[in-house]
Write a protein that binds this ligand. Sequence first.
Ligand code: TRP
Length: 465
Amino acid sequence: MTERVIHNQWSSRLAFMLAATGSAVGLGNIWKFPYITGEYGGGAFVLVYLVCIALIGIPVMMAEILLGRRARANPIDAFRSQAEAEGRSRAWGGVGLMGVFAGFVILSFYSVVAGWALAYVFEALSGAFDGLDGETSGALFGALTGSPQRLLFWHTVFMLLTVAVVARGVRSGLERLVTLLMPLLLVLLALLVGYAMAAGEFARGFHYLFDVDFSRVFLQCGDDGACTFTAEPLLAAMGHAFFTLSLGMGAIMVYGSYMPREASIAGSTVMIAIADTLVALMAGLAIFPLVFANGLEPGAGPGLVFVSLPIAFGAMPGGQLVGVLFFLLLVFAAWSSSISVMEPGVAWLSENGHLSRGRASLILGGLAWLLGIGAALSFNLWSGEDYQLFGKTLFDLEDFLASNVLLPLGGLFITLFVGWVVRRRGSEDELAMHSPRLFGLWYFVIRYVAPAGIVLVFLNAIGVV
Ligand code: TRP
């Protein structure tokens, strides 16, 4: 066995909670959740997503944290050592490796979108939101995404920010800063929901998010009126449950490996999941009323948030300040997430003593930056059909591969590992739940329900079930 040095331990349970919540809450909640909910047609999609959070997300998060904390090592070595201890193959480390790969794909497009938020801090500062309507706001966003230079510039800036923090270790100043900023983000979101109530078509937005109409989401109807069932929203909802909770690639696992023993895994997990879901739903409640009030399309795609909210900032009193603050906070939320995407790979490379944290972050960040160029060009030079595969741009492909394939697959292996490889007793000790019944329920879900659910959704998506 190799000697492992764990660089870090969170100073307290609170520090773990903040870091993990900072990882979970990010672009996934404020940018991706509203835009895919709009693309997939609203309420029924939201319901399926919430079911996935409860039935798969929460149990898998507990499993990830427990694996990390038990092994006190990066995900790859955590899988290896625990498999070995149970007399199984070290090949389980491959799950961790797949996670590092998934992280690199996620980081590539994540950084491009975080770059949009960075650019919009300065748009807000310059007063560019003043008096925007649906059309001019669309044009403002189009001018950004249409410019390869601007996208690449901001993508580069954000990647450097991420590398800078990861290189120094995730317990650096950023975590303390995020502690302050996360509550502020919540307050701003609440303010925006209030504005949407006053100035938007709130009832319509609300019903769009919460009225469950399965036919609108799961039936695809042609011009001739014939409808067929489509499984894609199901896969997308499950994939997003993984994405938004930072699951399936070892990010929460590696944060768990820095977690103090006395903290409760189940309690922390539930709180993180609730906070994460709350932020996403509030973002939806702020955005859809504005979308309808300004004649925008809910299914407009990745630009939805960046087109709808600036209209509100441009019209509300004090909107310039609110707009600057909002996009600044969005950048910080993205920043505290992106560092966790990189952490498993960097922890692995540096704990084995081959590379320093600085080198490891530079290498991983550099690779993700390269792949991110493709994501950025997907909106301009490479947006044409010649550059598409299965009707998807490189940006969409990266997102699809990571969120809808690699993360659920990683999650599946995690449930199988904890449910079938690690002895029940080991998990029971590590979770240390007060109620044996609750533990039994979790164990049943991890062993049967969650893996079966993931496999079913996969089979469904490729048309087998
Ligand atoms: N959860 C973050 C968000 O919603 C993104 C993220 C951070 C992530 N770490 C991750 C996604 C690990 C998948 C895996 O924005």
